[in-house]
Design a protein around this ligand. Structure first.
Ligand code: MG
Ligand code: ZN
Length: 188
């Protein structure tokens, strides 16, 4: 696949979690445990390819299920630790995880708000809005990217679990693909 001129110079790849790395829960259900976490096809390979290219791989995720009492921040940390182990066994690594534990309208970090990204930029000073791309399956991911002036790739989810706003997100994103593997191919 030819290099897409829209995606040259990318050094940092922000990945949404649910619907990008793993199968999304149906609306109103939440994923708080490894047993509920089902990786989508090709994800290990796609992340390993990003690692080999020397790019940062950072997960940014809204986890409102914590505010709603479905699981705790500790559960999310434990799930991410299991995910790291699983990826390591496949030669893949996520450099950092950031998540918003809050309910709607009570913080500056729930996407599309910029807080999680700003935290990552503080931790990874070589990353910037100019050299980053956001890969997400929700309008809030694409709006967060646009709000900060980052490029974005929308993953069109399964029609059964696709949220409202998918059409708008597809229109706002720099590219629309079916999977993380397709998104990564645009960068190579
Ligand atoms: Mg998502
Ligand atoms: Zn928050």
């Amino acid at each position: 696949m030819p290099v897409n001129p829209h995606f040259q110079g990318i050094r940092c790849v922000f990945l949404d979690r649910d619907g990008v790395l793993n199968r999304k829960a149906p609306e109103g259900e939440y994923i708080g445990r490894w047993s509920e976490f089902h990786l989508l096809p090709g994800v290990e390979r796609a992340i390993a390819a990003l690692n080999r290219s020397g790019r940062r791989v950072v997960v940014v995720s809204n986890q409102r299920g914590i505010a709603l009492g479905h699981y705790t921040s500790g559960d999310v940390d434990a799930l991410h630790a299991r995910l790291r182990e699983h990826l390591a066994a496949h030669g893949a690594r996520i450099d950092a995880f950031y998540f918003c534990p809050h309910d709607l309208d009570e913080c500056d970090c729930r996407k599309p708000k910029p807080g999680l990204f700003l935290e990552a930029f503080r931790d990874f000073p070589e990353a910037s809005v100019e050299n980053s791309v956001v890969v997400g399956d929700s309008l809030s991911d694409i709006e967060a990217a646009r709000g900060l002036g980052m490029r974005s790739i929308f993953i069109e989810g399964d029609p059964e679990t696709r949220k409202g706003g998918a059409e708008q997100a597809a229109g706002l994103a720099d590219a629309v693909v079916a999977s993380l593997e397709e998104a990564v191919a645009l960068l190579d």
